[in-house]
Write a protein that binds this ligand. Structure first.
Ligand code: PHE
Length: 462
């Protein structure tokens, strides 16, 4: 099948698809709250430095390995290492990790879809009730929403790279940018909004400690969809004439710009509609923020906008988050789907069916982890607490294996493959890359301090 590999139709399409993967729940809610609580402007500067100096080289490495091999992550590690069995394990990890992350990301996407539908049909007052979330995630309606999300993901992925992933990104991403800007403008023109901007941006260097530094780096790494095999897979669909360092820069810039802009939406909204906000109580978790706290803020808006106006703002917000989640879910699920297709030489439809069936089974287990079924709710016990099935998948694959995968790609590119043409591949489409300062920085960082930092994070979580 090597000769018939699908490709993105345009450079813009590729950048939008990769940015679609990168822009997710982490950008829209996790980043703003994390930044505001951890030193404001000080956090932002640190985050931006991490994106430029640590994450960008890793993203370039992943995209380049994909384009050079024209294969899925397993195929890339296998062929570029000349079939060394050890590297095949790294390849396997790059397929299993995204699959398992898709398992729990699907569950969160289902919740968002549910909240979107409920706000559209006028149930904002129900969503704002603090007990609703707990009931909602344990209700049978979840399975109807699950079916809805699966149909959407199936329809996008069965269209393939150009007609599915790229087309969806070209519609969903501009829509996302417009909704985000509209909400920012709306929020910033409200009374007291500037208090939120201040809380978000004024630097407080005293908040920065080792934990905050680690958190900022993990957030940046996750936000750029690294360590999940996604950029390897998407990289394998790019034209040899594309300028990879430049594309990676654009993706990172878009992702960071969306995260930054989201801060100008979330925090002013909170300060404006809840002027007595207790900043210490702003939840750490993006999840409770989206599902418990923000609906109350939206309902507050009815005093000035009326119930319908407030519902429109809420529905726009959930649609925005839903689009961000769908493009991320599609990208992460494409990794196992594309891998199975090429490893077993089967059709896209068949691969989707097989991966989809496995995804549904494991995601149902995750969805039942919140009190629905005891077995999944109290699945195992470690680190002095009872963990649900959902927690286990999250802790193992998201918290632990992700930095390990990043470490492996750095070591692979630097010590196994570089001699065989990492820089030749990068030079294609970006003449003058070899010998440039960027090349020297990428080579140096990937072979020295980036793997050391990722190893430290990995060891720390284990
Ligand atoms: N980058 C996404 C975010 O910021 C994370 C993600 C990407 C999750 C792809 C799943 C799949 O939310």
């Amino acid at each position: 099948m090597a000769g018939s590999r699908e490709q993105f139709g345009s450079k813009l399409g590729f950048i939008l698809a990769a940015a679609g993967s990168a822009v997710g729940i982490g950008n829209l809610v996790g980043f703003p709250v994390g930044a505001a609580k951890n030193g404001g402007g000080a956090f932002l500067v640190m985050y931006a430095l991490f994106v430029c100096f640590i994450c960008l080289p890793v993203m370039i490495a992943e995209m380049t390995a994909g384009r050079a091999s024209q294969k899925d992550p397993l195929g890339a590690y296998t062929s570029l290492s000349n079939k060394q069995p050890g590297w095949r394990i790294a390849g396997w990890l790059s397929i299993v990790t995204p699959f398992m992350i898709a398992v729990f990301y699907l569950v969160i996407t289902i919740w968002i879809f549910g909240y979107l539908v409920e706000s559209v049909i006028g149930n904002l007052d129900v969503l704002a009730n603090p007990d609703t979330f707990g009931m909602f995630i344990n209700s049978y309606s979840l399975f109807a929403y699950m079916a809805g999300v699966l149909v959407i993901v199936y329809l996008i992925l069965q269209g393939g790279v150009k007609q599915g992933i790229e087309k969806a990104a070209k519609i969903l991403m501009p829509a996302l940018f417009i909704m985000l800007l509209a909400l920012v403008v709306f929020v910033l023109t409200r009374d007291n909004a500037m208090a939120g901007v201040e809380f978000y941006l004024v630097p407080d260097f005293s908040k920065i400690d080792a934990g905050v530094v680690n958190g900022a780096l993990s957030q940046a790494f996750f936000s750029l969809s690294l360590g999940m095999g996604i950029m390897i897979t998407y990289g394998s669909y790019i034209d040899k004439r594309a300028n990879l360092p430049q594309s990676a820069k654009l993706v990172a810039l878009t992702d960071t710009a969306v995260a930054f802009t989201a801060g100008l939406m979330i925090l002013p909204a909170i300060f404006s509609f809840n002027p007595n906000v207790n900043t210490a109580s702003l939840s750490e978790s993006s999840i409770s923020m989206i599902f418990s706290y923000l609906p109350q803020i939206f309902l507050e808006m009815q005093n000035s906008l009326g119930y319908v106006g407030a519902s429109i703002v809420a529905a726009t917000f959930f649609l925005l988050v839903f689009f961000a989640a769908i493009t991320s879910l599609v990208s992460i699920f494409e990794v196992p789907v594309a891998s199975l297709m090429s490893e077993k030489d089967i059709s896209r439809k068949r691969s989707l069916m097989i991966c989809g069936a496995l995804l549904v089974i494991l995601s149902v287990f995750c969805a039942l982890s919140f009190g629905f079924v005891d077995f999944f709710t109290s699945f195992v016990s470690y680190a002095n607490s009872e963990k649900s099935f959902f927690d286990v998948v999250y802790d193992v694959f998201y918290d632990t294996i992700l930095p390990l995968n990043g470490l492996l790609i750095c070591l692979f590119v630097s010590y196994r493959w570089r001699k065989r043409g990492f820089n030749d591949e990068l030079d294609m489409g970006s003449e003058g890359y070899k010998g440039s300062l960027i090349q020297k920085y990428v080579d140096f960082s990937l072979s020295t301090f980036i793997p050391i930092i990722l190893a430290a994070i990995f060891i720390n979580t284990v």
